[in-house]
Design a protein around this ligand. Structure first.
Ligand SMILES: Cc1cc2nc3c(=O)[nH]c(=O)nc-3n(C[C@H](O)[C@H](O)[C@H](O)COP(=O)(O)O)c2cc1C
Ligand code: SF4
Ligand code: SF4
Length: 296
């Protein structure tokens, strides 16, 4: 991972204003099919991806959304515009997003954009992903974050979605989408915080997180577990296995928080967290797919 990221990153920095020079080229008018690919743990990024997809459809695109669960590669001939969205984890993008972009086929100037949801202003990951996409030959029109409720952060913990001020954050996300799309097509899209310091800080905090996620991946199941099997069905990483007694966790957790927040018994817990709370977060309307049933 580090070899590919550092090569992209260093070359990206050396080619000064690479993205700037690309983003002011006129946007091709024949764009018809848009693919909005996203990852979500608890639904915020799904909510944003859905708002962007609807906005693109309003503007005449044939826009489709695909959730990056346990899916495979992508054929670049099936779309003219690619959007990639993710929740920010420790100032960076999730590991599966990096793996997905690493495996993308090279293209020549195909337009793309990046969007993320996060709880606080931790910058850099959007620009970092934009640079990785640019290395694959994508013309990145815009890369920006949207502040959404926290599903789990060191300082905030999970926020209570029944509180009007928390719900309002999602409304704000939705209200910002038309302007985001408008700016992008008007050639005024921005690559947020695209500077060496922010790129480095995203890279370093992302690497530190993925090398040592123990304090969050060390999930435990309490006695309240009813052995319903839902956590195993919805885990996007296939990290939860059946056991005669309780679910067992393997060692490929993405730290998406889905199992913690959707367990009907609230019986999955982090033994060590800085913010101890009984609150569970999920974006209204979001239902994770039942992945194990789908692949049987
Ligand atoms: C493991 C983990 C790390 C996170 N790190 C950050 C962070 O560094 N900065 C931030 O603003 N939000 C952080 N968050 C909060 C999420 O990015 C935010 O709530 C996001 O909208 C969740 O999206 P989702 O509902 O699509 O999964 C983190 C969440 C998790 C689970
Ligand atoms: S979702 Fe909760 S109750 Fe159901 S099996 Fe998993 S831990 Fe147990
Ligand atoms: S074990 Fe839980 S937190 Fe980890 S990837 Fe699976 S659903 Fe997400």
């Amino acid at each position: 991972m580090s070899r590919i990221i550092s090569r992209s990153f260093l070359q990206g920095c050396a080619e000064k204003n690479l993205l700037d020079s690309l983003k002011y080229q006129p946007i091709i008018s024949a764009m018809q099919r848009a693919l909005i690919l996203f990852f979500t743990g608890t639904g915020n990024t799904w909510f944003l991806a859905d708002s962007i997809t609807k906005e693109l459809r309003k503007r005449g695109f044939k826009a489709d959304m695909i959730a990056l669960e346990r899916s495979g590669g992508l054929d670049p001939d099936t779309f003219e515009l690619l959007g990639i969205g993710f929740p920010v984890y420790s100032g960076c993008f999730p590991y599966n997003i990096w793996r997905f972009v690493r495996d993308l086929k090279n293209v020549h100037g195909k337009p793309a954009f990046v969007f993320s949801t996060k709880a606080q202003a931790t910058p850099g990951s959007e620009a970092l992903l934009a640079r990785l996409l640019a290395r694959k030959g994508y013309r990145v029109l815009s890369a920006r974050s949207f502040i959404a409720p926290s599903n789990e952060t060191l300082l905030l913990g999970p926020e209570d979605i029944s509180k009007p001020e928390v719900l309002k954050k999602l409304e704000r996300v939705k209200n910002e989408v038309p302007g985001f799309v408008e700016d992008m097509f008007a050639g005024n899209g921005v690559i947020e915080k695209d500077n060496t310091f922010m790129l480095l800080s995203s890279l370093v905090s992302g690497l530190a997180f993925y090398l040592n996620t123990g304090y969050l991946t060390n999930l435990k199941v309490t006695d309240k577990c009813s052995r319903c099997g839902l956590c195993e069905e919805i885990c996007p990483a296939g990290n939860i296995g059946s056991s005669l007694t309780r679910p067992r966790f393997r060692n490929r957790c993405l730290v998406c928080e889905r199992c913690v927040n959707f367990c009907p018994q609230r019986s999955i817990v982090h033994p060590v967290t800085f913010v101890r709370t009984s609150i569970r977060y999920r974006a209204p309307g979001y239902r994770p797919p039942l992945l194990r049933k789908a692949t049987r």
